[in-house]
Design a protein around this ligand. Sequence first.
Ligand SMILES: [Fe+2]
Length: 363
Amino acid sequence: MFDSFDTSAAWNPDQLKEKKDWIFEINKEASDYIAENIKKVFEPKKDLFDYSRDEFDLGPILENVSNAAKKAYYGYGLSLIKGLPRNTLNNQEFKLLIWAIGLHLGVARPQGMFSQYISEVKATGMNYRSDAGRGYNSNAKLDFHTDGCDLVGLACYNKAMEGGQSLIASSVTAWQLLLSERPDLAEVALENFYFSHNEEQIPGECPYYVQPLFDFAKGHLFGKWNWNRVRTAQKMDDIPKLSLIQLECINFLEEILRRPDVLFTSWFEPGDLQFINNHVILHSRTGFKDFEEIERKRLLIRIWIAPPYSLRLPDSWKDFWKSIDPGSVRGGIYGKNYDNKCRLFEKRQSELMGMTLPSSLST
Ligand SMILES: [Fe+2]
């Protein structure tokens, strides 16, 4: 159980800088082609659920996009597409492009309180440290965390005026260091921690869930971390307080993630699309300052995807993920507006992708 293992997801920043096979460039001709296609299909008032995969011809970029997503899932946990048509699309058309890419990769997952299947990551004044605080609507420096889905796609439309640097660490590398330097704390990390749903739970659902920080399934390591949600859970009356050894484990893990031989920093450029496999990568970003003009404010478009080729998850992941079956429609934050429209979209898209729905959601 305590065996560390070597996969390409156990990288250090120098290796990532040296290898370029996780970066996929889209040339101008391909970029123009898909921009034209998106403009043809885009209807300003149409609901995203009412578009179907086959309406989008991603022709010259489909192979790159699909390879990049698989590279993130099975390779370094990270990949980057450069050169999406940022300048020829307005932000709503750009959003539709990311939605179209998601329709080709798997089943999009809901992402929060409003059950939204695509999020505009931008500062709207959200207090990240409040009980319902989420990072994607704030300009705060974020804690290292994993998102609640197998694959996250984050596309840049506008950079910030200042800051907003992307911070990434391999949770496999972090686990290996934790295990070799402090095996006593590695053992603690395999025990359950309490995470808050940050008031985004489905009506009637418990406001928190439990999960270890690391666990294994079929020989693969899976990581999970979110200090903000653990901190918020600590304010709830019926949750045990973190023990001194758990706090030591958290602090040690946080220290590992910021080491120069662990932390990989980069800057998003407009037209970039980053994929992350949340099971093997922890991510964060620095705080940022926006430009005054609305049209220049930092804007990223985020999609959460359950891909058909996902691996079995550890048993301990079931509480949050609803399903641990490989290739199933799992993860996501269902939120308060999860309704029949969402169910119908998931049913239709899962059938198209040959994926199974968790039994609790397939009615
Ligand atoms: Fe995130």
